[in-house]
Design a protein around this ligand. Sequence first.
Ligand code: CA
Length: 372
Amino acid sequence: MQKLDRRSFIQKSGVAALAGGSALIAGCSAENKGEAPAVQSQKKYEWRIVTTWSPHFPVLGEGVDQFAQWVKNMSQGRLSIQVYGANELVPAFESFEAVRQGTAQMSHGAAYYWAGKVPAGQFFSTVPFGMNTQQMNAWLIAGGGMKLWEDLYAPFNLIPFAAGNTGMQMGGWFNKMINSISDIQGLKMRIPGLGSKVINKAGGSGLATPGAEIYTNLERGVIDATEWIGPYHDYLKGFHKIAKYYYYPGWHEPGTVLELAVNKTAFEGLPADLQDIIRAGAARLNAQILAEFDAKNGEYLAKLINENHVNLLKFPDDVLATFKKYSEEVIEELISSNADAAKIYTSYTNFRKQISAWEDITTHAYNEALKG
Ligand code: CA
């Protein structure tokens, strides 16, 4: 490619304002001829964000607190967002409805929490044996996924943003070893989303126990097993004190996307610069949350192994293969009964096929080489 000097780069890329002060000033004065933009720029917006997380919940709730601060800083106080944890304004799983109705302008959670209302939305959080975190980000941000997500939420007067990712999760905590698929028979396991349907197919009971009740239920034997997130949050929950075996991988949540949902009317009522500030804040939160999960999970995995001597086990290959087979059936049932899900799944699988071939000769080949 021909190397451009600075002047021609500036001309070609259209960043005329960067070329000198005069261009910048001319641009500004043209913008501010009428009074309306100047008045509008002074207007202050006070918004509310509801979340599905306990107030200041590590990484996730804390991330939303940071997001509100970033937006306030970037907008120089023109957009301030009051953060509400689960149950502070509305119950956790009612935040979708709260934003839709305008009780709050935003929510932070995950699309699979609204599976009862929007079954197809599950593809925008995670599905068992679905795409991993990197693939999901590529599909959403640069592979057409966001457009499908926006179309899906438009009838609800919501605009979605990818705003965080848990990364690959763990398989969960068990009080007996899982040596074959028959060990799932009769097992009562806390597991959300489509993963619970897979456990049901294997003869167990997949239960959607709320986060706050898992520990007590596992301790009292109301449930026999649970998944949660990864080493950091699982450690904070203290599951290593009451369960014997810690299984991997988290086949049911290979890279869960967290969502920021914004009331469409409220968003469209903002000046363009504040809209962009929300986009920028969401993108930063998307990167920030994933980085924190990855960093903390590495640290706490070592802690669980070295200090707490947890029995870390991999699910046997044939158990994973059966989970995979049942997962395909569960997804087939979803897409055959829901036109939106079928349309989204077509994009999802086509994208995945292409990016997986690329990953095979890069990440996978490299990981194999690292093993020596
Ligand atoms: Ca989980």
